[in-house]
Design a protein around this ligand. Structure first.
Ligand code: ASP
Length: 572
């Protein structure tokens, strides 16, 4: 027997009793006549008291030991520990495994470089913070399983080796040895399969599914990630969203003890862009965008003919110096080369590099009608969409930097009614979601006239400014599907090659269906209050998609390539 208790579970109830414990040595502190060991296991830490120094001769941090001892009430409790009021006086100690000196100290407050932590991930994983994140992740999937089971969903696994799926990112390819020259694609999502399951009559499907997308990585993106993937037949959009809200309610209640007020707000996409400059708005704080055309029109200004939009930040005038504006512009100009301008009210005066363009009347209007002392109006000009997105990005940046919301709060909403298509610069169309998304009934007439006006039955769940999930109702009418393919510029040949088998399936009786996929990592990040996706994955890749432990990806043996009929022509 190794243990009679988890370390953090030993409590006052066990005083004067003998316990057996096991774990890693976090620290040894020598006090001459006796020593203290902080012993760590998955549950937490317990303090051991060693009176017989012989027992710990040669021991060091991260050694695995098992001990026997008597629980004692501490004279000076350690308030930082759950069981800081007790300690264990050790009578027997056995070394189970000796540890070498670790490359970094195992503690939540670490200054080790992330690449070092990823190289020794098994050590990094000993940090309580990461263990807690993984516990949250496991709890979410456990709630998902019980909730969806209760609502008649069937868990079904779909293949990893398949034909390319339509999420629009680059595929990871797997060469086939048996069919040389042919490749499988790893699924970007189980999209096609889950729809085929609906045609297959399964009615309600879900899966905790691995998805693989060969994209440039960011702090919230990994090449492989996990979706809680869901599809149902015979539900309206409202019924589906309501059911998903129920699931979110249970997750937030159980994990964060947070009561979601249902139904969640539904914000049409066009409004989200107009007010927040984002299709995933963080609505924990205000800073709403508005049009300035009316206010500033009628004066000589270089951007007279453009859209003019902006937002007001209170109590920011003293901070918003030239230098600060230059800093904001580093971000703003990624969206719009004309950048960001400011007009502020300081000591009762309007201050701005634009002031020279304004008539006295406009200065008065800004001063008397719009700005209060300390206010800054951040504004820009340009095409409506790019301008709004630019302002939205700065809005979010300032919201975070100026602490305009409570970090521990949660804000959930649905963004709905996305446009079905996005227009590329060359005038062609791509799907905003994917080509199987159902247009809104009332927009069908626009499919022929002006596809950019067609709205869809697509929805995203947005939490604290993250897109935590998204989905849509699907087209189940062949004519509409063909029309959409046509607008996307797909020839019959393309359609046959890419998803011929899938389109064929629609000939045999297709139920109205739709679904959603939640990003498990994003949900976990939000609930664990981290903005680094690698903090919620046991073995993540770094920003160059490298597994720092094994150094994958790596070159392979000539023979392996020969078997596959592949020759590598270029190495990095
Ligand atoms: N497959 C979609 C995605 O990964 C989700 C869905 O439409 O259900 O975004």
């Amino acid at each position: 027997m190794y243990r009679t208790f988890y370390n953090s579970k030993v409590s006052r109830k066990e005083i004067d009793q003998e316990v057996e414990l096991v774990g890693w040595i976090k620290t040894i502190r020598d006090f001459g006549a006796f020593s203290f060991i902080d012993l760590r296991d998955r549950s937490g830490i317990v303090q051991l008291v060693i009176k017989n120094k012989e027992l710990i001769k040669g021991l060091g941090n991260e050694d695995v030991i098992t001990v026997k001892g008597i629980v004692n009430l501490r004279e000076q409790p350690n308030l930082k520990l759950i069981n800081g009021d007790i300690e264990v006086i050790v009578s027997e100690l056995r070394l189970l495994s000796k540890a070498s000196l670790t490359p970094f100290i195992i503690d939540d407050n670490t200054d080790a470089l992330e690449d070092t932590r990823l190289k020794y991930r098994y050590l990094d994983l000993r940090r309580p913070l990461l263990q807690n994140n993984l516990k949250i992740r496991a709890k979410i999937t456990q709630i998902v399983h019980t909730y969806l089971d209760r609502h008649d969903f069937i868990e079904i696994e779909t293949p990893l080796l398949c034909l390319s799926t339509p999420e629009g990112a680059r595929d990871y390819l797997v060469p086939s040895r048996v069919n040389k020259g042919s490749f499988y694609a790893l699924p970007q999502s189980p999209q096609i399969f889950k729809q085929l399951l609906m045609i297959g009559g399964l009615e309600r499907y879900y899966q905790v599914a691995k998805c693989l997308r060969d994209e440039d990585l960011r702090s919230d993106r990994q090449p492989e990630f996990t979706q809680i993937d869901i599809e149902t037949s015979f539900l309206s959009q409202d019924e589906l969203l309501e059911m998903m809200e129920g699931l979110l309610k249970e997750i937030f209640k159980e994990i964060a003890h947070y009561d979601l007020i249902l139904p969640l707000r539904r914000l049409p996409y066009l409004e989200a862009i107009d007010i927040y400059g984002s299709d995933k708005p963080d609505t924990r704080f205000d800073l709403k965008l508005f049009d300035l055309d009316d206010l500033l029109r009628g004066h000589t200004c270089p951007f007279f003919n453009e859209h003019l939009r902006g937002f007001i930040v209170n109590n920011y005038a003293h901070k918003c110096t030239r230098k600060e504006l230059d800093r904001l512009n580093l971000e703003a100009k990624k969206f719009l080369s004309s950048g960001l301008y400011m007009i502020k009210k300081e000591n009762g005066e309007i201050v701005s590099s634009l002031k020279k363009f304004f008539s006295e009347e406009i200065v008065n209007r800004l001063n008397q009608n719009l700005l209060n002392e300390g206010d800054v109006l951040l504004l820009g000009y340009g095409p409506y969409m790019k301008l709004s997105m630019m302002l939205g990005a700065i809005r979010k940046m300032l919201g975070d930097e100026l602490y305009l919301y409570d970090k521990n709060s949660f804000d959930l909403l649905w963004v709905v009614d996305f446009p079905l298509f996005e227009k590329r610069d060359d005038g062609s169309y791509t799907s905003s979601h994917h080509p199987f998304t159902r247009p809104k009934e009332e927009c069908l007439a626009y499919l022929d006239k002006d596809p950019s006006k067609v709205l869809s039955n697509a929805y995203d769940i947005v939490i604290n400014g993250y897109e935590a999930g998204g989905g849509s109702l699907r087209i189940y009418d062949k004519n509409i599907q063909n029309k959409v393919f046509e607008i996307l510029g797909l020839s019959n040949e393309d359609i046959k090659r890419k998803f011929g088998f899938f389109i064929d399936a629609f000939n045999y009786g297709t139920p109205p269906h739709g679904g959603i996929a939640f990003g498990l990592e994003r949900l976990t990040m939000i609930l664990a209050h981290t903005d680094n996706i690698r903090d919620v994955i046991a073995f993540p890749k770094n920003l160059k998609a490298v597994d720092m432990m094994s150094n994958a990806p790596k070159s392979v043996d000539e023979n392996q390539l020969k078997d596959l009929g592949i020759a590598v022509t270029k190495n990095d």
